[in-house]
Ligand binder design. Structure first.
Ligand SMILES: [Zn+2]
Length: 54
């Protein structure tokens, strides 16, 4: 079973699945940190529990 690297569309390498190389894995990770990826249906609702006043 082979798949395609989501970053550069090359065949993936087992060692770096689901990417083709560490470089692409790093790119994907960087996108994550920049917030390019957003999970649909999951709005930001964390650490806002004590918003209500007394
Ligand atoms: Zn790649």
């Amino acid at each position: 079973m082979s798949s395609i690297c989501p970053i550069c569309k090359k065949p993936t390498v087992f060692e770096y699945r689901p990417f083709c190389s560490k470089r692409c894995a790093d790119i994907d990770l960087a996108r994550w940190f920049r917030g390019d990826y957003k999970i649909p249906g999951e709005e930001e609702e964390k650490e806002e529990e004590n918003t209500e006043e007394e």
